[in-house]
Design a protein. Structure first.
Length: 257
């Protein structure tokens, strides 16, 4: 991925008109709109250029990916959900200067961006730029105590994605087993309970916002995953079930996390 620093485009006129109509009067505009209106081009591409090469296939604006990461943390979204917001949410398109037709990016771009930022030691750059801009606007005192470690933003997003990975791995293994050997699934699992928990993709609903609830959900996914693997590897279960790719993936995810 390469980057040629460019100024952010102004909000698309069509999107701007729609935003003004939607939030006219006393209704408060979404955070993304307020950030763009009050803070402007908060994270210029040049601030992150060290993490990206100058040659190769052009990539997405690193400055705008930084804003996506901040909005993602504020809304408690996984990478896939954040990519959906970029593609579908008018407020996010407004903040990022995207057109109505802009397709956004694949969710994996966010993970690659964070990896590059960490590798090049730029974790603090976003917070430094934010505080500098807030001081310029007189919204924080120069000597105040607002300074903190911004690495928690990257870490929090990473934890959400690991939580989604764990839940989705259980769901994928359960679906693969149900398709390959439905009679076996009926015999060893309380199918109604499992179907209720894993009927829909994990990224179709908002994950818990509190750390305690996230930890509890992670424990539930782990218990379900180990229950599933224990049944698969139990004496008397068809040995070939262990070779299903989704079962192998679940085993790896549990070991690594």
């Amino acid at each position: 991925m390469s980057v040629q620093p460019q100024p952010w485009p102004q909000p698309d006129p069509q999107i701007a008109a729609a935003i003004r109509a939607m939030y006219r009067g006393k209704r408060e505009a979404p955070l993304a709109v307020q950030v763009r209106d009050r803070l402007g081009e908060l994270f210029p591409d040049a601030a992150f250029a060290d993490a990206f090469g100058r040659a190769g296939k052009p990539g997405w604006s690193p400055g705008r990916l930084a804003l996506v990461t901040v909005l993602q943390k504020a809304a408690n979204l996984t990478d896939r959900q954040a990519a959906d917001e970029v593609r579908e949410n008018l407020a996010w398109k407004y903040a990022l200067g995207l057109s109505l037709e802009d397709p956004g990016f694949d969710h994996s771009v966010l993970s690659e961006f964070r990896s590059r930022v960490v590798t090049h030691g730029l974790e603090e750059r976003a917070l430094d730029l934010l505080l500098e801009r807030l001081r310029e606007l007189g919204l924080v005192d120069a000597g105040g105590s607002q300074r903190t470690d911004s690495t928690h933003i990257v870490a929090a997003v990473r934890d959400l994605n690991r939580l989604q990975l764990a839940g989705e791995s259980v769901r994928a293994a359960l679906n693969a087993l149900a398709a390959a050997c439905p009679d076996w699934v009926e015999q060893v699992l309380v199918v109604e309970d499992w179907s209720r928990r894993y009927a829909d993709r994990i990224d179709t609903w908002r994950l818990p916002t509190s750390k305690a609830k996230q930890d509890a959900l992670a424990l539930d996914y782990a218990k379900d995953g180990y229950t599933l693997l224990h049944a698969v590897y139990a004496h008397g279960s068809p040995a070939w079930l262990r070779e299903l790719p989704a079962v192998q993936s679940l085993r790896i995810v549990l070991v690594q996390n």
